[in-house]
Design a binder for this molecule. Structure first.
Ligand code: C5P
Length: 224
């Protein structure tokens, strides 16, 4: 990426942990919190000039204090999230400096992201409105309703979306402000006519969702 273009990162960490049973982003994965492990590659990535972490209101004071204790060459701050993920991401985007032109959105629950993958999504914005990490599907994907298969998707064109999902700021903010409920940012940018590219992610960049995922992450962190 042209180094004159400023990229900021928004780490979505404002989930309530309903499915997991607790707010896993603040739970310790070995020595540090899950959120810290996720932040590290963003702190190390030379293409990211500042970071906003979006957290639940009740965690804001503590997280802000912890972030202040980091020695980081780039600004890192915390802001309060919203009801839906897209509300949290919008709050994060609006808290970045005015000179940020590219925004990389990432799930706090994906601690194994690498600086290289973050940079690849930023680079992908050179000739598109956005670029996301995604993985070609190894499995055949079925559309199912009431336990009945409705259709089978052509595996050759199926990619599983991960994060970072990185976009030009203006198109991302416009997309997040529309009246639509979505599970990722790319679908919102697609809905406003944006052109979004993919760059190959990797299986290790999985989202910790279940306790089984947490156990696997503990094993992998040991090896890191
Ligand atoms: O629920 P889902 O798996 O899509 O959550 C992905 C990420 O979005 C998590 O890291 C979670 O903390 C974050 N999130 C958020 N604000 C919400 C809901 C989820 O920042 N209101």
């Amino acid at each position: 990426m042209n180094s004159a273009v400023k990229a900021g990162a928004v780490i979505a960490a404002a989930g309530s942990g309903e499915r997991f049973g607790e707010k896993k982003q603040f739970k310790r994965l070995r020595k540090r919190t899950l959120l810290f492990h996720t932040l590290k590659p963003f702190l190390e990535c030379g293409d990211v000039s500042e970071i906003v972490v979006v957290v639940p209101e009740e965690n804001l004071a503590l997280v802000s204090r912890e972030l202040k204790s980091f020695t980081s060459a780039k600004p890192v701050k915390a802001v309060v999230g919203g009801t839906r993920r897209q509300d949290s991401v919008l709050n994060g985007c609006l808290a970045l400096s005015n000179n940020v032109e590219i925004i990389a959105v990432h799930d706090a629950a994906r601690p194994f992201v690498t600086s290289k993958l973050i940079s690849a999504t930023i680079d992908g914005c050179n000739d598109a409105d956005g670029c996301i990490a995604a993985l070609p599907s190894k499995d055949t994907v079925k559309k199912v309703k009431n336990n009945q298969i409705q259709s089978t998707l052509d595996r050759n064109v199926i990619w599983l979306a991960q994060t970072p999902q990185t976009f030009h700021k203006d198109v991302l903010i416009k997309a997040l402000q529309q009246d639509m409920i979505a599970t990722d940012e790319a679908s919102m940018v697609e809905a406003v006519g944006g052109k979004v590219a993919v760059t190959k992610g990797f299986a290790g960049n999985f989202k910790i969702t279940t306790h089984e995922d947490w156990k696997l992450a503990e094993e992998l962190i040991k090896e890191k």
